[in-house]
Design a protein around this ligand. Structure first.
Ligand SMILES: [Zn+2]
Length: 462
């Protein structure tokens, strides 16, 4: 008997973690991601299974909500093999080291404050440290190429195929024997948005009885990408023409490279004024861009034939804190890309402090802003923000560009699922419950399949 139990990304988007126990006793985990936002507290809960018994960790891609708890898994005794693409292993390292660093910083700040109240014992220790990350990264690993057949046991084989979501991202096709019967299941990981030029579209799936599919945007259609690019370019041109600067809060993985691609196109077509300087002011985004450059053969046809798809004469990397501070002295004609993507930390804050009060400047939001973040406050029309204890007026023009999502929308998810031959049942994971209800109805109506919304901890027989 083969069973699946989801310990994360069940009726929520984050914390991806799916456990499969195969008929022959092999135990695999698909992703071990961090819970984020309102579900962050769940990271401190027990994993729900015995980490020591897991034979394989199959990682779909390098986003934090898919890899963020791997060091915790190691701390809990996991000593099995990690299987992922080469690009995913590199992103995983960047993401985990950055996360350990941020958690340590947060802990030290909270500890200092608590000490003054005499409550330092109440401060939660970081989930893991850089040392745990380094130990987890030394676990046995298998680097896979798309399409390669990997045997997990004489009865189980897995194939990674391009999910087109971020560089190195994959969906998994797993073939196994269950009570002598040959079966197949697909785990979609996160599926990419076909409209975006950076990655190739997701590879078509083959056949499977069961499909576990993400449903982040199962309830909606994305805005047209070309129109969004046009809006983005217009916002930049308008700002530069009036002698202002453009601030772009951006996620380090994927969104930043998407933005660099568009800016490069503007540079190639001489749409940027000659003296414009584009600053990528985020060490993590810079490292990630190097990974994208290194594995550019995996990118879309549009990008992979360029020797340097993310480089152009206007671009400057600000790695050190001093290099970042020097940008403040630049008066006008600058485009500054910095993290964090939702403005709840990172270097974007000091750029806000220096520039968001000036009506000549603009802030362009290119990614989702979760509730409770500074980014959300700004797009919802806040007139003042508080940064480092200082009240700052928002007089810069605020733009929100919506069509840059790295996830497939309802139509794309449905048509991809519709390509799976011999499908008996669809299991919805990685989505908010209300959106999953909409997607479920849509799938039943269009594909005429059984659809089930996976609950955390429920046992599913495969
Ligand atoms: Zn993702």
């Amino acid at each position: 008997m083969t069973i699946e139990i989801s310990y994360g990304a069940a009726e929520v988007v984050t914390g991806s973690c799916h456990f499969v126990k195969f008929d022959d006793g092999t135990k695999a985990l698909i992703d071990c991601g961090m819970f984020q936002g309102l579900d962050e507290w769940k990271n401190y809960e027990p994993l729900g299974f015995n980490a020591k018994e897991i034979d394989y960790l199959l990682v779909t891609h390098g986003h934090l909500d898919h890899v963020g708890r791997i060091p915790l898994l190691y701390k809990e005794g996991f000593r099995g093999k990690i299987i992922a693409t080469a690009a995913t292993f590199e992103l995983m390292k960047i993401v985990l080291l950055d996360t350990a660093h941020l958690m340590q910083e947060d802990f030290e700040t909270a500890f200092r404050k608590a000490q003054r109240r005499g409550e330092e014992d109440l401060v939660k220790k970081p989930l893991y440290t850089k040392r745990d990350v380094k130990a987890a990264l030394k676990l046995p690993r298998r680097v896979v190429k798309y399409g390669q057949n990997i045997k997990l046991s004489p009865n189980i084989a897995v194939r990674y195929k391009d999910a087109g979501h971020i560089i190195g991202s994959a969906f998994l096709e797993i073939e196994y024997k269950d009570d002598g019967v040959h079966k197949k299941v697909i785990f979609s990981g996160d599926l990419g948005n076909r409209q975006v030029h950076l990655n190739p579209p997701p590879t078509d799936p083959t056949s499977a009885r069961h499909l576990f599919i993400e449903s982040t945007y199962g309830d909606r259609l994305h805005k047209n990408y070309e129109e969004s690019v046009k809006e983005f370019k217009e916002a930049i041109m308008m700002t530069l023409k009036r002698g202002g600067n453009v601030l772009i809060p951006s996620f380090a993985i994927e969104r930043t490279q998407q933005i660099l691609c568009i800016l490069k196109e503007m540079s190639d077509h001489r749409e940027l004024p000659p003296h414009t300087e584009v600053y990528l002011d985020s060490p993590m985004a810079i490292k990630t861009t190097h990974v994208y450059q290194k594995y550019r053969h995996l990118l879309s046809d549009y990008c992979k034939h360029q020797p340097a798809p993310f480089d152009f004469p206007h671009l400057r990397f600000a790695t050190s804190t001093n290099a970042s501070k020097r940008i403040n002295a630049k008066k006008s004609g600058n485009i500054i890309i910095a993290g964090s993507g939702m403005c709840n930390g990172g270097r974007i804050l000091h750029h806000f402090k220096h520039r968001i009060w000036d009506p000549k400047n603009s802030v362009i939001f290119v990614g989702y802003q979760a509730e409770g973040t500074l980014g959300r406050d700004i797009i919802e029309g806040a007139r003042f923000i508080e940064i480092y204890g200082e009240r700052i007026a928002i007089r810069a023009k605020i733009f929100t560009i919506n069509g840059f999502s790295a996830h497939a929308d309802q139509n794309e998810l449905t048509s991809w699922a519709g390509k799976v031959h011999g499908l008996e049942k669809i299991f919805l994971i990685h989505g908010e419950e209300d959106k999953q209800q909409v997607f479920k109805k849509h799938l039943i109506k269009t594909l005429h399949k059984k659809v089930h919304i996976v609950k955390q901890g429920e046992i599913i027989h495969l």
